[in-house]
Design a protein around this ligand. Sequence first.
Ligand code: C2E
Ligand code: CA
Ligand code: CA
Ligand code: CA
Length: 289
Amino acid sequence: DLLKNAGVAMHYAKRKGGNQYQYFSPDMTAIALRRHNLERHLRKAVGRGELAMHYQPLFDIALGQYSGMEALMRWDNPELGEVRPEEFIPLAEDTGLIVSIGEWSLRQSCRQAATWVSQGMTLARLAVNVSAMQVLHKGFAQLVSSILAETGLDPRLLELELTESAIISDEGTVLAVLLSLKQMGVQLAIDDFGIGYSSLGRLKRFPIDRLKIDKSFVGDIGQDSGNGGIANAVIALAEGMGMKVTAEGVETDGQLDYLKNRRCHEVQGFLLSRPLTALQIEAFFRQWA
Ligand code: C2E
Ligand code: CA
Ligand code: CA
Ligand code: CA
């Protein structure tokens, strides 16, 4: 079976890169094989109902209450098992599949949030991740607008999380898309902030409402190396630019105290709650209402 699979990988490599398969080390062959297999299954994942959305509660420090949730995609395939987003999202981005599965994710989470609101849940915000390729894909603002219309979700409840790479890619196009999203009332956040390639000048020109501090910098808090310096700098930067700031990956009371003392607005992490299924979220918010 392994040999048969290796044959497939070589055939695949050959198709893609001419006669270059002989340069593949066994490790690279295994990686190419896995990717090929994942891609093949991912193409059918939406149609086969293998994707699901989980939701991680967000906690507003000043208000002392849960302020919303971030939608996170999950993929469970009968053959592959649960594939982690860190593996399938980059693959979806490389292959262009993110355009369709990202649309599914946005529609599914807006539909769910609208249902919750209609059932009386107090939901301040639904945050949804979008990749650079989705934002750059023709008609993205229109797509968001029609998903909002179709699901009935109040645009002010929706926040889209973009990475820094999305705003540095094609400034003119991205800026126009973001401005029309803002006009609809949608909120915008920069995800994984702090890795630091967006110039501050550009950041200022973009209609950004929130910075999200990457969890690696939250993990630094209380460590000898770093010791929260970057988290602290991002909080100060957000404050100076009149933006909100959320710290992700909060796992300890020490990290929460540090962020509270520095007036970080909002936190998210395993300390408060792991990402939950829709059913678990309903129980979670009922308990906090
Ligand atoms: P992200 O947007 O930075 O999401 C935060 C990640 O941190 C999530 O990983 C979440 O489960 C994890 N996390 C939350 N709290 C903690 C904590 O206290 N400790 C640790 N160690 N981790 C924590 P997840 O769900 O595996 O998602 C990985 C990435 O995949 C996301 O990173 C996002 O970039 C991408 N992604 C997920 N869902 C979607 C989607 O629907 N569309 C798009 N375009 N990307 C998505
Ligand atoms: Ca995110
Ligand atoms: Ca993030
Ligand atoms: Ca991240």
